[in-house]
Design a protein around this ligand. Structure first.
Ligand code: AMP
Length: 404
């Protein structure tokens, strides 16, 4: 792996990187940064957790450095780089990275997203900023009310493009693309290279460099993946007692539906755990508060739905629990990617009831790494339907029970 100093980054940026304590670039950074600095378009296959944010934020800061200005005049601070991202949480994280890595440069950056009042964002936009991070809907609201002018954008980033398509942002993206100059540098990041993503890339990148970093989750040997056979009626109790038994400092629990997130959070709370929930029915303030509490360690458990958890940068969680298997096996890969990051050991535990065998077989196809089966005594279902090879090597485990 090359050193950061070999990537062609300016001293101000190297200093910011050193401030963060990074010693060497991640693979996506080493591969992407030199090309982006040369002005090339980029198609990057990388998920959150690979260091992809710095892979585009660092070179963008450098490319904009010659245009930086200490003048207070808004006219001297047009939007020059636009980063579009599907979720508010991801937008906030990218803007935090832009502030962190840009701290030694006089460039302004800011973020706009929906679910919060417009006026503070309008005020920020009218004051001028070079780097704007936005979710598509809210950006259009601002464009329509003429508080933002995108005619000087020279760099465009689509982050988590696959999620943006999944979430139905394509029409919004098209509208935004029509507002920014055709002459520009474009970077597209996506966790998957599905057909729609290839089509989007064709439309919108010119002679791109393609950079693909290993799907962490499929290759990540730092994650022990466990299938825990459970009787459907004992799921909640199993979760509570598992959390009581395991020494995990924190755990992220995934559920498939928003209502379940609330119910489960309430149950865990009553059963003595510190817990926050994050899902689409919470407003932005509540979600920010929940995430902050979890990051600060005030809550040991966070219950989340897939969409709400997308792109959240929560470092090196010791455990991810699938309270139920997701409908889409890709989501399984995303979920377990939240543990075992950057060399730390992690555990991904999936509760599986007999009626989930279809979902289980899809997950098994997708994960090359072996799955261990554990049978929690006292919560287990009738095992008839489970795959023989898993049962043959299954381990019995005993959990500590709560006061009930
Ligand atoms: P990302 O994939 O951009 O969400 O980044 C995941 C995490 O890795 C973030 O918490 C970054 O602060 C961290 N990170 C980014 N680049 C490096 C690096 N070169 N060395 C160590 N950590 C990094």
């Amino acid at each position: 792996m090359p050193d950061f100093s070999e990537l062609g980054l300016a001293p101000e940026l190297l200093r910011a990187v050193a401030d963060e304590g990074y010693t060497e670039p991640t693979p996506i950074q080493a591969q992407a940064i030199p090309h982006v600095l040369q002005g090339r378009d980029l198609l990057g296959a990388a998920q959150t957790g690979t260091g992809k944010t710095a892979a585009f934020v660092l070179p963008i800061l450098q490319l904009l450095k010659p245009m930086s200005s200490t003048s207070p005049s808004p006219a001297r601070h047009p939007v020059r780089a636009l980063v579009l991202t599907p979720t508010r949480e991801l937008a906030v994280q990218i803007s935090e990275s832009a502030a962190t890595y840009g701290r030694h440069l006089p460039l302004r950056s800011g973020v706009v997203y929906g679910g919060v009042p417009m006026p503070p964002q309008q005020k920020m936009l009218l004051a001028g900023l070079e780097i704007l991070i936005a979710t598509p809907g809210r950006l259009l609201d601002h464009a329509n009310s003429k508080t933002v002018n995108l005619s000087q954008v020279s760099i465009l980033v689509l982050d988590e493009a696959d999620r943006m398509l999944d979430m139905g942002f394509m029409p919004d993206l098209k509208r935004i693309l029509a507002m920014i100059p055709k002459q520009r540098q474009s970077l597209l990041f996506s966790a998957t290279f599905s057909e729609p993503i290839r089509a989007l890339a064709q439309d919108f990148l010119r002679d791109p460099i393609t950079v693909e970093v290993a799907r962490r989750n499929q290759t990540n040997e730092n994650v022990r993946q466990v299938i825990m056979a459970v009787d459907d009626r004992r799921r909640r109790q199993l979760l509570s007692d598992l959390l009581r038994t395991k020494p995990w400092e924190q755990a992220l629990v995934f559920v498939n539906r928003k209502v379940e997130a609330n119910r489960l959070g309430d149950f865990l709370h009553r059963d003595g755990h510190t817990v926050v929930e994050i899902h689409g029915d919470k407003d932005q303030k509540q979600r920010n508060r929940a995430l902050a509490a979890f990051k600060a360690g005030e809550a040991r458990v966070m219950v989340a739905t897939d969409v709400a958890a997308r792109g959240l940068d929560i470092e090196a969680l010791p455990a991810v629990i699938n309270y139920e298997l997701p409908f889409d096996p890709e989501d399984y890969v995303h979920r377990i990617g939240r543990t075992g990051r950057a060399g730390a050991l992690g555990e991904a535990v999936s509760f599986v009831a007999p009626d989930e065998m279809d979902k289980l077989s899809l997950v098994r196809k997708l994960t090359k790494a072996g799955l261990h089966m554990e049978i929690p005594l006292g919560y287990e279902p009738i095992l008839l339907d489970f795959p023989r090879d898993l049962i043959a090597k299954a381990q019995m485990i005993r959990l500590q029970r709560g006061r009930r």
